[in-house]
Ligand binder design. Structure first.
Ligand SMILES: NC(=O)c1ccc[n+]([C@@H]2O[C@H](COP(=O)([O-])OP(=O)(O)OC[C@H]3O[C@@H](n4cnc5c(N)ncnc54)[C@H](OP(=O)(O)O)[C@@H]3O)[C@@H](O)[C@H]2O)c1
Length: 239
């Protein structure tokens, strides 16, 4: 335990696995009390059954009542990390308005509403970390809706950093990491995609959840950092 988040409370929104879980465990290791919030209470409780300093709460990023209700229940909080996403992959012909809207609702409007309801309860030393993604800067056919969602999340981080100051707001833009987010490709498809990406990336590998949790810890604890997107992507946009 390095103690950098000692006596601080961190709210992590998302699922009980993937980046969210790595961030919860890293925040605990840094001494924070952690609230893990998301839609699937059973999965979250199971994920943190052995973590006595992690409490589980309900929150749906598309439901303002659930956000307002949790902010009321928690009271004072130091940091909020939002990892939730509902990505709409596909070419134009595959994209439906509802899916694109849900992508924005979850990754952009949801975090905006987290800021609206939680910032008034945060101290001047508090911060938000929201999630963007490499698709915003590495444009490719088939990921347009993901790209525009992530670009909006980057703009949101800068906008909130100014309006909520001195509360700090930053975004993390991960590259490809095997969190389960790519399972739709199937085992063989995933293996091929990761091998291709590893060969192309300047760092010659895909990312790990630890790479991303380290960046989140840096953003939470760097008191001179705000309005930034940290690109933790192995250099993928250079290729
Ligand atoms: N993994 C990657 O390679 C990669 C690359 C670039 C960017 N990212 C970004 O990094 C973040 C985390 O990625 P990840 O791979 O760990 O997870 P992910 O596969 O993107 O899953 C995010 C989770 O968000 C939860 N969620 C969806 N809608 C929600 C809502 N309305 N309210 C609350 N939670 C909701 C879902 O969990 P439940 O079903 O349990 O609610 C979902 O499993 C995301 O923003 C993602 O877009 C990931």
């Amino acid at each position: 335990m390095n103690g950098l988040l000692q006596n601080q409370t961190v709210l992590v929104v998302g699922r009980g696995s993937g980046f969210a879980r790595a961030i919860v465990l890293a925040a605990r290791a840094a001494g924070a009390a952690v609230v893990a919030a998301g839609r699937n209470q059973e999965a979250l409780k199971a994920a943190y059954a052995d973590e006595h300093e992690v409490s589980v709460e309900y929150l749906d990023l598309t439901d303002d009542d659930s956000i307002a209700s949790l902010s009321g229940r928690l009271g004072a909080i130091d940091h909020v990390v939002s990892t939730g996403s509902a990505r709409a992959r596909g070419r134009i012909a595959d994209l439906h308005r509802d899916e694109v809207r849900l992508s924005f609702d979850t990754k952009v409007i949801g975090p905006l509403m987290l800021a609206r309801y939680f910032a008034p309860r945060m101290s001047a030393g508090g911060s938000f970390v929201i999630f963007s993604g490499v698709a915003a800067v590495k444009i490719s056919v088939g990921t347009m809706a993901v790209a525009i969602t992530n670009a909006a999340a980057d703009a949101l981080a800068r906008s909130l950093a100014l309006e909520l100051a001195p509360i700090r707001v930053n975004a993390i833009s991960p590259g490809v990491v095997d969190t389960g987010a790519w399972d739709a490709l199937g085992e063989r498809g995933k293996a091929k995609y990761f091998a291709d990406m590893s060969a192309r990336n300047p760092v010659r590998r895909i990312g790990t959840v630890g790479d991303i949790a380290d960046a989140v810890m840096f953003a939470l604890t760097s008191s001179f950092l705000t309005g930034q997107t940290l690109h933790i992507d192995g250099g993928e946009p250079l290729t």
